[in-house]
Design a protein around this ligand. Sequence first.
Ligand code: GLN
Length: 315
Amino acid sequence: FVIPEWRVFCSTIEKIYVEAKSNTDGKVANYIPQLSRYRPNYWGVSVCTVDGQRYSIGDTNVPFCLQSCSKALTYAIACTEKGADHVHKYVGQEPSGRSFNELSLDHNKKPHNPMINAGGILTTAMIEPHLKPADRFDFIMNEYQRMAGGDFIGFSNATYLSEKDTADRNFALSYYMRENKCFPEGASLQETLELYFQLCSIEVTVDSGAVMAATLANGGICPTTGDAILDNDAARNTLSLMHSCGMYDYSGQFAFKIGLPAKSGVGGGILLVVPNVCGIMTWSPPLDELGNSCRGLQFCEGLVSNFNFHNYDNL
Ligand code: GLN
């Protein structure tokens, strides 16, 4: 798929970007100092098509932490490695209807889905469980890097240390899950959480994040390198769950209004996928009450009002 009028497309993206720039709603996350230091006026958008066409505007080269956006990527890797049947022995496919870090499990005593903290912690536990912690981290970093086609991937050690230091809720979730025998056999609670905090602390730019999103849009093959990273099924499963569960407690409304798979993080990023067309990453730190980036949401609304990208457009 090639976007036929590429110049027109880019100038429309620019227009939507500029409109959202004047939006000063929301508050930067402040549960750890590293996030609270993000300047509220940071605003960047990057697009990468499944043919590798690129367009970006604004703060496109400033690294920021993936935070919960990593959950979508980690789930995609877990499904590729283990298959969806195995992964879903441990985690459901249902929107939780509750906040992302709520201390609750579904009626089967499993986390509702892999896009909330409890489910993200379990999918983390499934990846290369027999390797040493350093090698598991390297493995996942390398997979993220491949999805980004070799573009920038970093790591904020300060964020990791802060996450670990203020993680009472994630520890509580994990002990609650251990009590309910949620973890795969042999998984260490401490090691799993440490890896989970590390994945939240991995940094991208909107440019590299857009390539990751484009890899999902392209069924798991990175459009800039041709590298086949994810199983086609794993990409499909990831997009399905991003569609129903990716935007916290706004997921239902987002699916209704925007009709596209997306995953947001408290760092202010939104990983947005237009299947078979392009991947988009937006980043702006101020968040609304539900935890989604205000400018990012406005951008998504602008995108579907200018293009027929909603899943149920073109009926
Ligand atoms: N580090 C955060 C946590 O685990 C990530 C959550 C998020 O981005 N919503 O609580």
